[in-house]
Design a protein around this ligand. Sequence first.
Ligand SMILES: Nc1ncnc2c1ncn2[C@@H]1O[C@H](COP(=O)(O)OP(=O)(O)OP(=O)(O)O)[C@@H](O)[C@H]1O
Ligand SMILES: [Mg+2]
Length: 431
Amino acid sequence: MNVMPRISGLLGQTKTRHGTIGVLDIGTSKVVCMIAQGDGNAQPTIKGIGQHASAGIKRGEVVDISALSLTVGKAVEVAERMAGISIENVVVGLSGATQKSQIRTHQVDVASGEVLERDIRRLINLDFLEAEPQGRVILHRLPIEFSLDGITGIKNPQGMFGQTLGIKICSISASDTALRNIQMAVERNHLSIEHYVSNIYAAGLSALLEDERDLGATVIEIGGGVTSLAYFTDGELRFLDSIPLGGASITNDIARGLSIPVEEAERIKTLKGSVLAGPGDSDEMLTLPMLSQDSDHPLSIELGVLGDIIRARIEEILEMLLLRLEKAGYSSAAGQRVILVGGAAQLPGMREFVSTMIGRSVRLGRPAGVIGLADATAHSAFASPVGLIHYSYVRQPFELSLADAGTSRRSGRLSQIGSWFKYYIWDAGSR
Ligand SMILES: Nc1ncnc2c1ncn2[C@@H]1O[C@H](COP(=O)(O)OP(=O)(O)OP(=O)(O)O)[C@@H](O)[C@H]1O
Ligand SMILES: [Mg+2]
């Protein structure tokens, strides 16, 4: 089955990239480097994977550049050795950097009454001229649709007649400072950054089925330090948000609640943790190591007590994020499917619990659409890094770039026109 992401809407064919792709997912718990190769036809093939426990990152943000730089170096080295290829450029995925989405619209008057290429360029250019708030930079500009004299849903307005041409874009912004710190850590390893990508956007590209992205679905990634949500519909991202709480918060709750060391809490969580178990559900008792020689400290607890602690935190995080989605005006998402990804989504009972909690159909997402993903990495924690490969391989040309806006002098040759412009407007329009 071909599970390559396909750009929906007018585009039935995709432009894929040839050659080597290097991606780096900088997470709170793990740093993952993947090296893939694509020939432009079939799905990209994973050639090397390097993974290392994170250091210097807290809740998705850099707190120690040197520690992070070392970790990045180790993950890249392992991936390069496995692939037998060395990389110089990477696409970097971010879970932190206070990412926000915004729907922006722009309008221009159509000078001649017929929409020409220059009208579309002027329109796109308006988005690049818009001043960003202090300290914010745009990661992605994802075109949603054009409008002409109030008629929406137009994918290619070129050659149509009208007076006022509009465009709707989903833009994703991030903190400039956060990006600069990541850049320092990556560049110390003699790697240059090709592009920064939102991890939750990437996760949606690898873990959502094409129908889900088209009909409407919410992907929620419960990572180590950050939980993020993204809503897709009509094939594109519409909204994303995140909270700097994740699996590590659950671990800390367990450590605090049971008065045990954090390392022990992490061990208990991954070995015995379950979202479904409640008090009285099981006779199983957990024996706890003591934090101190406190004589009245209980030495064993019911498994259900652990479940209570885990549930409380997950409920809090998901309620906050889903409320933000609703407040952003996406109440239609309430009837649509939720796909859970991220390391902490692997907690037994998570799917059932979230489904009951929010009254929606929920499934556990896995990364798809690449060849050569080993079993050890074919689970929900790898949705983002695999999504970064999809982004690099097929998606990147479909976001607006400066070339689309026509800031460089046009020579009249199609090759000089920005990728999105060429493929979205010209190729799609000519079919
Ligand atoms: N089998 C498992 N059961 C329960 N929890 C797990 C399991 N495996 C990993 N986790 C938890 O998942 C979290 C890490 O998830 P993930 O690898 O997605 O995070 P990350 O990408 O490094 O961080 P982030 O994206 O939040 O910055 C940790 O809190 C870890 O305890
Ligand atoms: Mg992550």
